[in-house]
Design a protein around this ligand. Sequence first.
Ligand SMILES: [Fe+2]
Length: 285
Amino acid sequence: MIEPESRLQIVFADLRRAVDDVIGKHQVTLDELIAAIDWLQHVADAGELTAASIFFYKTVQQATDGATYAHPEKDGASYWEMQGPAHLPGAPVLHSPAVLPMRPDEPGEPLIVSGTVRTTAGAPVPGATLEIWQIDANNVYSGLDSSAFAPLNIPNDSTGVPTYNLRATIVADADGRYEFRTVMPGVETFGLNPHSPLDTLVHALRLQGLRPLHIHSMVSAAGCQPLTTQIYFDGDPLVDGTVEGAVPAAAVKTTTRHDNPDDYNARGLSQPYRTLTYDYVLRPS
Ligand SMILES: [Fe+2]
């Protein structure tokens, strides 16, 4: 009887084929191959081997956690994006239109995000819930310390920040519409040590060890597959230059700035604000 190939054999054979293709296509020399292995040894010696997964982490997550949304181009469903380590369950539930929990003097330009939750068939999804979380303008996630981001070495001191600051579950209205006010997010780093082997490679690739500006969301509704995604911002150079790989173009949104005092005063604000529209498209289960 012939033993079936193990998963290890199957995946390794494919990996070897892919590497062979790259070597052949670019005429990679033996010296270059040995230099690459040598670099890997430096990464291991620096304790960065696990952190090096940032290059492919998102791809792996999409192939597993995001598998049901892996081909949104087929039916127009929203792009799946990784949940990441900054999610914190138990955020307060608020009905749309809502203001995310924030401090009275919350830093950052106000931002109002609104849109509709609908299915790929175009039907609005009444009462959908949108769990929203983001980093603040001081580059801190509330309710977490640095240990939440291991094995990455991401500094996150949330001392003095309310646990659920800039976190909430928003309930959409009977027409699937939602609106919440927040502030423009700060910058999240991958926490690479400056001039470490991994950091040096990231810079040699002309990439940044920073995430693009983003707002996380997890959208749930009866009869639909839950969607984890992120909203990105047009004009943010990190959208095209981050170490994590391409950000889906459909998730990159333009904001409109409103600087007329009559306008922002009517909103109860004392400064200009931005608006952004984003429709979440869920795949029926
Ligand atoms: Fe994040």
